[in-house]
Design a protein around this ligand. Structure first.
Ligand code: SF4
Length: 262
């Protein structure tokens, strides 16, 4: 079973979505929005990802056309998120869309400025870069107790599922798990400041039981908060699955998203 190497993809994508000049970092974003997840959160959606998930809801920007979007400095990003927070009353902010750890310096600047404004910061990541690079986890660990939350979205409950869902080299499933280990070792509190999400569209409840016991082996408390993910059948996601040939067993219809997932 072969597949692409997400570390190599990260390098090539970074050169297109991240800039650094005169000590100022800039990352490409495709939009900013107020959203209902997490009980209400303001969100910056970055362009570019190092994975090619066959169900990605943002695939057009994450692994499609990285030429879209606009470069923003961390100051500009946090200014926009701050305005959206004032408008909505929501005190949580996140980076989502693609993979925010690409252009890590920029992400850290956004994190630092966000928590300095008293907002809670949610980092949604596939964990590949953090699992591969302990230094990144340690830098994130510095924010323990200051309003950080890292949600590592693990693609499937086994290396085989990972490969089927993403087309990547199955060995990188373990690197995703390494990110949880690195973040806990760096001092983030399991279940409160770092926790896994897992894509269960191939294996459902049975996969969840297996996954729960695996993450318990990393840290007992990691199994206390596992976000269950299922493919949401938006029209553009169906289009992607048709192209990539992914055939999930369990899906959610867009108008039937259960409240507990929001
Ligand atoms: S890791 Fe997330 S953003 Fe990247 S391709 Fe997969 S679902 Fe899309």
């Amino acid at each position: 079973m072969v597949g692409y190497n997400p570390l190599k993809v990260a390098k090539s994508v970074e050169s297109r979505v991240y800039l650094e000049s005169g000590g100022v970092s800039r990352r490409k974003y495709f939009r900013f929005r107020i959203d209902r997840w997490y009980g209400g959160i303001v969100t910056g959606d970055v362009v570019g990802c190092n994975m090619r998930c066959k169900f990605c809801w943002a695939w057009y920007f994450t692994w499609g056309d990285t030429g879209k979007g606009r470069f923003y400095t961390a100051d500009e990003v946090v200014g926009i998120l701050g305005n959206l927070s004032e408008r909505s009353g929501y005190r949580r902010a996140r980076l989502s869309g693609g993979e925010p750890t690409i252009g890590f310096k920029h992400m850290l600047e956004v994190l630092s400025l966000t928590v300095s404004r008293g907002l809670h910061f949610v980092l949604e990541t596939n964990g590949i870069l953090i699992g591969h690079n302990k230094d990144m986890a340690e830098e994130l660990g510095e924010f323990s107790g200051r309003g950080i939350e890292v949600r590592v979205s693990v693609k499937g409950t086994s290396p085989e599922e990972f490969h089927e869902l993403t087309g990547a080299d199955p060995r990188f499933w373990f690197v995703q798990l390494d990110s949880l280990r690195n973040l806990v070792e760096a001092g983030l509190e399991p279940a409160r400041e770092v926790y896994p999400a897992v894509m269960l569209s191939l294996s459902g409840e049975e996969g969840l039981r297996r996954f729960s016991s695996i993450v318990r082996g990393i840290h007992r408390e990691l199994s206390e908060l596992i976000d269950e993910e299922y493919i949401i059948l938006y029209r553009h996601v169906k289009e992607l699955m048709k192209r990539t040939g992914l055939r999930p067993r369990y899906v959610i219809l867009p108008d039937k998203i259960p409240d507990e997932l929001i």
